[in-house]
Design a binder for this molecule. Structure first.
Ligand code: GDP
Ligand code: MG
Length: 170
């Protein structure tokens, strides 16, 4: 088959969970304490070499605001992968992440590869969502689960590599 894969990837999740920061970390290797809010959605492109293939991600970073919710299908339709991001210090953001997963399961591409990312893993002392709870939810819903920190860079590249490895091959 063709070993050059183009894959549309969308980031979804509560405002402030760290979607833009994860993308900035992946694409530029940077982190900003005061990351500007995304308005609408932002587009990035990033190519990763995995064992057997070159995966070119077309990354859509959405703003996660409820008032723009009706626009979300534009970003996840046709997507091969989604990263649903929550903040481990916010129970509300985890609840919201579960809503996104339900929506993707109902409306998204049936082969969609979904990663559940518990971000801000560096803030262990403020943790409100246990890794055990999130992992159990992920297993029940056939999601790939990972905890990340855009601040320290832990597991950020791995999240994208693991998604790349799980994409269906042509
Ligand atoms: P978005 O609304 O989901 O795109 O979230 P942002 O990327 O704009 O991040 C919201 C805030 O959280 C910003 O102040 C970031 O600096 C901060 N932030 C993002 N990721 C992390 C992280 O992994 N650790 C910590 N401590 N702060 C983070
Ligand atoms: Mg953002």
């Amino acid at each position: 088959g063709d070993n050059n894969i183009n894959a549309k990837l969308v980031l979804l999740g509560d405002m402030g969970a760290g979607k833009s920061s994860l993308v900035l970390r992946l694409v530029k290797g940077q982190f900003l304490e005061f990351q500007e809010s995304t308005i609408g959605a932002a587009f990035f492109s990033q190519t990763l070499a995995v064992n057997d293939a070159t995966v070119k991600f077309e990354i859509w970073d959405t703003d996660g605001q409820e008032r723009y919710h009706s626009l979300a299908p534009m970003y996840y339709r046709g997507a091969a992968a989604a990263i649903v991001v929550y903040d481990i210090t916010s129970v509300d953001s985890f609840t919201r992440a579960k809503k996104w997963v339900e929506e993707l399961r109902k409306q998204g591409n049936p082969n969609l590869v979904i990663a559940l990312a518990g971000n801000k893993a560096d803030l262990e002392d403020k943790r409100k969502v246990s890794a055990e709870e999130a992992r159990a939810y992920a297993e029940e819903n056939a999601l790939f689960f990972i905890e990340t920190s855009a601040k320290t860079a832990i597991n950020v590249n791995d999240t994208f590599y693991e998604i790349a490895r799980r994409l269906p091959r042509a």
